[in-house]
Ligand binder design. Structure first.
Ligand SMILES: C[S@@+](CC[C@H](N)C(=O)[O-])C[C@H]1O[C@@H](n2cnc3c(N)ncnc32)[C@H](O)[C@@H]1O
Length: 212
């Protein structure tokens, strides 16, 4: 089964509030996004957003330029149905983040919770980081959450990479400044606790040649 089939099957057979990564509200992500200090017209992408409620809360906060990308059309269908009245402010994209492209400097904020850690192949991680380099504007904000070094070694039955803040930042390199990092002890719907690490980075300003 390839990875798209895996995720389509997950979201077609499980309720979106029963999956291990479910959060009623993505509170840490929301706080980090608010703390960027950007206005409500900031261009924000939630990479591998799936059926997450993050986009609901961003819409409720008044953000007007939102993109949610996911490999699974079944996942996006769940979120889309909840947000059917907000078609103007949300761009839904079905795609593989290691294979898509975006216009140069399209986003002010790049958010990813529990997607980058599935990229166990270095070539996929490189493709992801190259895309962040192109698609996030200079000075833009990058928020990535993965399983921490003391987190599980599998997610949704798939092997994952686990990171310390320093090793996660190192994947992105010196073009990104690690501004802060924090942990999350995520409680799954079945009561298990999973340790996440969140890295909040800024993309350096002196990269005029990015994307050329
Ligand atoms: C563990 S879930 C996290 C969902 C959401 N970010 C959250 O925190 O609730 C991982 C999500 O990433 C998506 N995904 C996995 N690999 C992907 C890829 N290569 N490109 C885009 N989405 C991917 C899955 O379909 C799934 O929705």
């Amino acid at each position: 089964m390839d990875r798209k089939q895996h995720w389509e099957q997950v979201y077609s057979t499980k309720s979106s509030d029963a999956v291990s990564w479910f959060q009623n509200h993505a509170d840490q992500s929301l706080r980090l996004i608010h703390n960027t200090g950007l206005g409500k017209n900031a261009a924000i992408i939630d990479v591998g957003g799936g059926a997450s409620t993050l986009v609901d809360d961003l819409v409720a906060d008044g953000y007007t330029d939102l993109t949610v990308l996911d490999l699974s059309s079944a996942a996006l269908a769940v979120a889309k149905q909840r947000l059917a009245k907000h078609t103007d402010s949300i761009n839904w994209i079905v795609g593989d983040i290691t294979r898509v492209d975006f216009p140069l400097h399209r986003f002010d904020i790049w958010h990813d919770r529990a997607v980058f850690h599935f990229l166990t192949d270095p070539a996929d991680r490189q493709a992801y980081v190259d895309l962040v380099m192109r698609a996030v504007r200079p000075g833009g904000h990058v928020i990535i959450a993965t399983f921490a070094e003391d987190g599980p070694d599998k997610c949704s039955g798939l092997p994952v990479m686990r990171y310390k803040p320093e090793s996660l930042h190192a994947e992105f390199g010196d073009s990104f400044v690690l501004v802060e990092h924090e942990k999350e002890a995520h409680q799954t719907p079945s009561g298990a606790v999973q340790q996440f690490v969140y890295c909040y980075c800024r993309k350096g300003n002196n990269w005029a040649s990015i994307g050329k």
